[in-house]
Design a protein around this ligand. Structure first.
Ligand SMILES: [Zn+2]
Length: 384
């Protein structure tokens, strides 16, 4: 959220006597000094921030694999969630134990740690179930956590701005930018409808009809009922294990695709990535390629068109006939295949393989024996 908008929202809300316990902003929001007493962070943003920092650390420390990063992030999230209602000191201690815990030092771990008090329960989420060893990596991880430990108090009040996203989506669906409703007179009504939908779900339509003593419309009632049911169904599905698993699968697919694309194309999406011209893949735009036919006409080169008939489709296909044409010359030659001809191919090229009583094989076309040589001889003739 832009700082100015946050300040204005806060001021207006207070002026209207609106009471709320917390105002959740994105972590990167910087409030103007003196306007807010306390800043609140969004847990989603904090996690994303730690994740990207971990990815940066990984560039210097290969031991920080995806599995280790996931484990670290999991510990970090647990520490924040489990200490959300506790004191600043407790939050600080919880964050300080993450790195030692990952390195097998459980002296200060809380009750959550299975290896606490000398019991070696291993590390289920780390490679080979063993604690990390790399001391250089340890320092980097401690440095990474340092700002969060200092700001432990702010992390005690993390919330989620997901509800805001939901309201945004509702507003977006009623006032799409592509229609430019913000300059139309219906804009206020549309935005109000979004707020009502967010607060009262689709039953707000019926309530308006009743309040304004409009004739109750059967279709309106059916619509709001249908939309409410659909919403309930979606909500139930989204919280099911199958949906959560599918979300993780899709996330994994997306991140894998992004990684493959970055290997192929370099970084294509990052703040100011266009400013860094040091690793541009294409330095010059190559000259236009002239059409092949223009060149051929100039050089007076003959074009040879050729066609193959085969036993079937796919990489096991054998060539049955090679035919070519160039200006007045034409070429055709048949080959006896080692295998059988697919009946579907026979239907197209009318070629079949028959055996006589001695077991000799012949290539036939429309009931006539064809002279079929070896592929080597045929190609030599063709090139000659
Ligand atoms: Zn521990």
């Amino acid at each position: 959220m832009e700082p100015d908008i946050a300040v204005e929202l806060h001021t207006r809300a207070r002026a209207k006597g609106l009471k709320y316990a917390a105002l959740h902003c994105a972590y990167q929001t910087k409030s103007k000094p003196g306007t807010f007493g306390i800043k609140y962070s969004d847990i989603g943003h904090v996690k994303r921030n730690v994740r990207s920092k971990l990815e940066n650390v990984q560039k210097c420390h290969k031991a920080l694999t995806a599995k280790v990063r996931d484990s670290f992030l999991k510990n970090f999230t647990y520490a924040i969630k489990q200490n959300a209602d506790k004191s600043e000191r407790e939050m600080m201690c919880a964050l300080q134990t993450i790195v030692p815990h990952t390195y097998g030092e459980h002296g200060n771990c809380g009750e959550w740690c299975r290896s606490r008090g000398g019991a070696d329960a291993g590390h289920r989420n780390l490679p080979f179930g063993a604690p990390l060893q790399d001391t250089h990596l340890k320092i980097s991880l401690e440095n990474l956590l340092a700002p969060y430990i200092i700001n432990a108090d702010k992390l005690r009040t993390t919330g989620s701005s997901q509800a805001n996203e939901s309201l945004n989506n509702a507003a977006w669906s009623k006032t799409p930018k592509s229609r430019n409703y913000n300059r139309s007179k219906s804009f206020d009504y549309r935005l109000s409808a979004a707020v009502l939908q967010f607060n009262d779900r689709y039953s707000y339509i019926n309530e308006i009809v009743n309040e304004k003593i409009l004739t109750p419309q059967k279709h309106t009632e059916m619509y709001s009922k249908k939309m409410n049911e659909e919403r309930k169904r979606q909500k139930m599905y989204k919280s099911s294990i199958n949906a959560k698993r599918r979300r993780l699968e899709l996330k994994f697919e997306r991140s894998t695709k992004a990684k493959i694309d970055e290997i192929k194309e370099g970084t294509s999406y990052e703040s100011f990535c266009g400013f860094d011209s040091s690793d541009l893949d294409i330095l010059d735009i190559p000259d236009m390629i002239t059409k092949a036919t223009d060149d051929l006409e100039k050089k007076n080169i003959n074009i040879v068109l050729f066609d193959l008939e085969t036993t079937c489709l796919g990489k096991n296909a054998e060539i049955l006939q090679l035919a070519a044409k160039s200006d007045d010359t034409s070429f055709s030659c048949y080959f006896l295949p080692d295998g059988d001809i697919d009946p579907k191919a026979s239907n197209v090229n009318s070629l079949t393989v028959k055996r006589d009583i001695n077991g000799n094989r012949y290539l036939r076309k429309n009931g006539r024996d064809m002279h079929a040589g070896t592929i080597g001889d045929g190609l030599r003739d063709f090139l000659g």
